[in-house]
Design a protein around this ligand. Structure first.
Ligand code: BES
Ligand code: ZN
Length: 679
C-alpha cells in the first residue's frame, strides 16, 4: 500500500469509526463540535511503518493507544506462567492467550514493549511470527502472529502460546535489592501497568476495551500477590547451590478485566485481617501499623458502596502496602489494591485513598473506559463514588463538598500547568499518537466528578440514585465511551419528561470538548471557611498588618484535611511567608515534625518558597525517602528554584530508589521541564 492511500485509510479509520458510533448512539452534530473541535496539537511523529500497520487494519477500533487488531481477534482468557527471577531482574516463562475470532483475519497483532519473545506455538506447533524490529513510539513493538489457513477458516477460537521474558527496559516493573527494602532482608518486585505498561510485562491486547479472565502461575522464592483470587501455592522446588527454594503461587481472576489491571508483587510479605473479607499485606515489621490504619473503615466502605451501586463482585478486597517508591497513592488492582506507605500516617487521615481504590471495583474495574480518551468514566465516577462513600460513612454531607473544594484546587493547578486551551484540559482529550501518561492529571478526576455532581443536582438525587445501579448493571463486565454514557443516560430518563428536558438542555459539546474550567458548582464551604480564615490571619501577620499570635489552639479542631486546605491556601498567597514565620508555623502546628507526608510535604513547599533554608535538607531528604509522584514533583519543583545543586545531588543519590516512571519524571524536571506530570 502506498503512503497516500494508507493515510487516507487512516482518515477513514478515525472518521468512520467515530462517525459510526456517533450516528448510532446520538445525533451526529454532538460528536465533533464545530465550536470545540479537537484543536491541532503537536503530535509525535509516527513512523511510516506505523501508518502502514494501522491502515492495514481493516477492522478499526476505538482505542488509539494500542497497536493490536482487537476487533479481528479478541482475548478471552490469559494465562501467565512466569518465574520471578530476582537475580536477573526479569520474569520469564510463557503466556497463553485464548482469542476469539471476530473477523476472517489471518494475523493476530499484539502489543509488546521491550519484551524478548523466543517462540510462538499453537497446539504445540510452531507458527510464523514477527516482532517489529523498530519501536513505534510511544506504543512499543507489535508482535504479529500469522495463522495457518485452517485457523481462520474453521475455528472460532485459538490459543497461542508465547515464550517470553521481560527485559531490563521493562517500564511496568520495579525491582529492589534487599538493601533497598525496609528490613533489608529480601529482594522485592512489583508491577504498575496503568496506563499502557502491561505490554512490557506480557504480550497482550493492551487496551481497556478488551477484557479477559486470567490465570496467574507465578514461581517465586518469596510470597506473591496478583490481581486474582489466590488459589494456593504448590510444587516446591529446591534452590540450586544454596539458593532459596521456590513455590508456584497461583491466582485466578474469573471476572473479565482489562490488561492494565494485571498486577503482581513479590517480597518479604505478611498479612493481617482488616475486615471480614479483607486483609492487608506488607512487610512483617510494618504489618501492625498498616492493620490499624485500615481496619476501622474498610468493611464500612465496602458496605456503603454496595448500597449505592450493588454487591461487591470480586469476593475479597485486600490492600498491599508497597515500599515507599510506589509512584502513586493507590492503584485499583482487582482483589489487591496497591497502595503507597504514605497512607500509613498513624492517624487514619488518609484512608480516603482506600475508599477511592475500592470504588474502582465498580467504576473502572467492572465498568471500564473504552480508551484512555474516556478516562473520566473511570476516575470521574470513582471520585464521585468515593466522596459519596465518605459522606455516608461519616454521616456528614459537608465532607463531600469539602473534598470537592480540595479537588477544585487540584483542577485549577492542573489547568494552570497545561494552559487553559490545552487539549489535555478537555474532558475527552484527543490522544491519537500520544502517551496517555503524558495526559495524566487531576482534570479527568475533577472535571469528570464535577459533571456527575452536576447531573445529580440537575436531575435530583432520588432519580439519579436509580440511574447509578442501572448504569453499572448495563455495562458490567464491559467497556464504554462517553457517547454510550450519554445515550444510556438519555435512554434511562426517556419516559421522564422533566429529566429528559434537562438533559437536552445540557450543551454536550461544551461538556465533552471545551478546554479549561467547567462551571463551578455551588459547593458548601462550611468546612473550608475556617481554613481560609486562618490562612488570611497568617497573610496579615506576614504583611505586618496584624498582631495575631499563632498557637496550637488555632488548629486543634481541624481535621488533617482542613490542615491541607489551610496549607494550600497559604501556598496560594501572593507573597511567600517570611522564613521566621515558617519556623513558627512548623513548631506551633507541629507540621515540621508530622509523620503525615500529606502535611509535611505541603509545609515544605511553603518553607522552600519562603527560602527558609533551615528546611532545605529536610525537604530534600523527604524527596529521597518517598517516591510517590504527588509529593516528589512539588518538592523537586521548589528545590530546583532555591537550591538546584541540592536538587541534583538528591536525585543522583536516590535515582535507583525511584520507580522508573518517577525517575524519568524527575529527569525531565532536572533537564528544565518543570511542567511534567501535573498531578
Ligand atoms: N488509577 C489511579 C492511578 C493511576 C492513574 C495510575 C493513571 C496510572 C495511571 C488510582 O485510582 C488513583 O487515582 N490514585 C490516586 C489516589 C486518589 C485518591 C485520587 C493517587 O495515586 O494519588
Ligand atoms: Zn482512581
Amino acid at each position: 500500500m502506498n503512503k497516500e492511500s494508507a493515510n487516507s485509510l487512516l482518515g477513514i479509520f478515525t472518521t468512520t469509526v467515530r462517525g459510526f458510533l456517533s450516528t448510532s448512539k446520538r445525533p451526529k452534530s454532538h460528536f465533533q463540535s464545530p465550536l470545540y473541535s479537537q484543536t491541532p496539537m503537536v503530535m509525535r511523529p509516527i513512523s511510516d511503518a506505523a501508518v502502514e500497520k494501522a491502515a492495514a487494519s481493516i477492522h478499526p477500533h476505538r482505542d488509539p493507544n494500542t497497536l493490536s487488531n482487537y476487533n479481528a481477534w479478541r482475548t478471552q482468557h490469559t494465562t501467565a506462567n512466569y518465574e520471578i527471577d530476582f537475580d536477573n531482574k526479569r520474569l520469564h516463562g510463557s503466556v497463553t492467550l485464548t482469542l476469539k475470532k471476530l473477523a476472517d483475519e489471518r494475523k493476530i497483532v499484539l502489543d509488546t514493549s521491550y519484551l524478548d519473545v523466543s517462540a510462538v506455538t499453537i497446539a504445540g506447533k510452531k507458527v510464523d511470527w514477527e516482532l517489529a524490529a523498530k519501536r513505534i513510539e510511544p506504543y512499543g513493538s507489535p508482535l504479529t502472529i500469522s495463522l495457518g489457513e485452517q485457523h481462520v477458516a474453521s475455528t472460532s477460537e485459538v490459543s497461542v502460546d508465547i515464550e517470553v521474558s521481560t527485559t531490563k527496559d521493562c517500564t511496568a516493573l520495579q525491582w529492589m535489592t534487599p538493601a533497598q527494602t525496609s528490613n533489608k532482608k529480601q529482594p522485592y518486585m512489583f508491577s504498575q501497568c496503568q496506563a499502557i505498561h502491561a505490554r512490557s510485562l506480557l504480550p497482550c491486547q493492551d487496551t481497556p476495551d478488551v477484557k479477559s479472565t486470567y490465570t496467574f502461575n507465578l514461581r517465586s522464592p518469596l510470597p506473591v500477590v496478583a490481581s486474582g483470587l489466590p488459589t494456593g501455592a504448590r510444587e516446591f522446588k529446591a534452590g540450586k547451590g544454596g539458593e532459596s527454594g521456590t513455590l508456584l503461587y497461583s491466582f485466578h481472576q474469573e471476572v473479565p478485566m482489562p490488561s492494565y489491571l494485571f498486577a503482581v508483587a513479590s517480597g518479604d510479605l505478611a498479612s493481617a485481617s482488616i475486615g471480614p473479607r479483607s486483609t492487608v499485606w506488607t512487610g512483617p515489621e510494618e504489618l501492625t501499623d498498616c492493620q490499624w490504619e485500615f481496619e476501622a473503615d474498610t468493611e464500612a466502605y465496602i458496605q456503603t458502596a454496595e448500597k449505592i451501586v450493588y454487591p461487591y463482585a470480586w469476593t475479597q478486597y485486600n490492600v498491599l502496602v508497597l515500599p515507599p517508591s510506589f509512584p502513586y497513592g493507590g492503584m485499583e488492582n482487582p482483589v489487591f489494591t496497591f497502595a503507597t506507605p504514605t497512607l500509613i500516617s498513624g492517624d487514619r487521615a488518609n484512608v480516603d485513598v482506600v475508599a477511592h481504590e475500592l470504588a474502582h471495583s465498580w467504576s473502572g474495574n467492572l465498568v471500564s473506559c473504552a480508551s484512555w480518551e474516556h478516562f473520566w468514566l473511570n476516575e470521574g465516577w470513582t471520585v464521585y463514588l468515593e466522596r459519596r462513600i465518605q459522606a455516608a460513612v461519616h454521616n456528614d454531607e459537608r465532607i463531600r463538598d469539602f473534598s470537592a473544594l480540595i479537588g477544585w484546587k487540584a483542577l485549577s493547578d492542573s489547568i494552570a500547568q497545561f494552559g487553559e486551551d490545552h487539549e489535555y484540559t478537555k474532558l475527552i482529550p484527543n490522544l491519537k499518537g500520544q502517551d496517555p501518561d503524558d495526559a495524566f492529571s487531576s482534570i479527568p478526576y475533577e472535571k469528570g466528578s464535577t459533571f456527575l455532581y452536576h447531573l445529580e443536582k440537575l436531575i435530583g438525587v432520588e432519580k439519579w440514585d436509580k440511574f447509578i445501579p442501572h448504569y453499572f448493571t448495563t455495562y458490567k463486565g464491559r467497556s464504554l465511551d462517553s457517547y454510550e454514557f450519554k445515550a444510556t443516560l438519555f435512554d434511562f430518563f426517556a419516559s421522564d419528561a422533566d429529566a429528559s428536558k434537562k438533559l437536552n438542555e445540557i450543551d454536550w459539546d461544551t461538556v465533552f470538548y471545551k478546554p479549561g474550567f467547567p462551571e463551578k458548582p455551588n459547593f458548601d464551604t462550611s468546612l473550608a471557611d475556617a481554613c481560609l480564615d486562618l490562612a488570611n490571619k497568617w497573610q496579615a501577620l506576614n504583611e505586618g498588618k496584624s498582631d495575631f499570635k499563632p498557637s496550637a489552639d488555632d488548629i486543634s479542631k481541624f481535621t488533617s484535611q482542613q490542615s491541607y486546605v489551610f496549607l494550600e491556601a497559604v501556598q496560594g498567597q501572593p507573597s511567600p511567608l517570611s522564613a521566621s514565620l515558617v519556623e513558627t508555623m512548623g513548631k506551633e502546628y507541629a507540621y515540621a515534625s508530622s509523620k503525615n507526608v500529606e502535611l509535611v510535604s505541603r509545609f515544605y513547599v511553603i518553607a522552600l518558597r519562603a527560602k527558609a533554608d533551615q528546611f532545605y535538607k529536610d525537604a530534600a531528604a523527604l524527596a529521597g525517602r518517598v517516591g510517590r509522584m504527588k509529593f516528589v514533583r512539588p518538592l523537586y519543583k521548589e528545590l530546583l528554584k532555591v537550591d538546584a545543586p541540592l536538587a541534583r545531588e538528591t536525585f543522583e543519590k536516590n535515582k535507583d530508589f525511584y520507580h522508573p516512571i518517577c525517575r524519568s519524571m524527575v529527569e525531565k524536571m532536572l533537564a528544565g521541564n518543570a511542567n511534567v506530570g501535573p498531578f
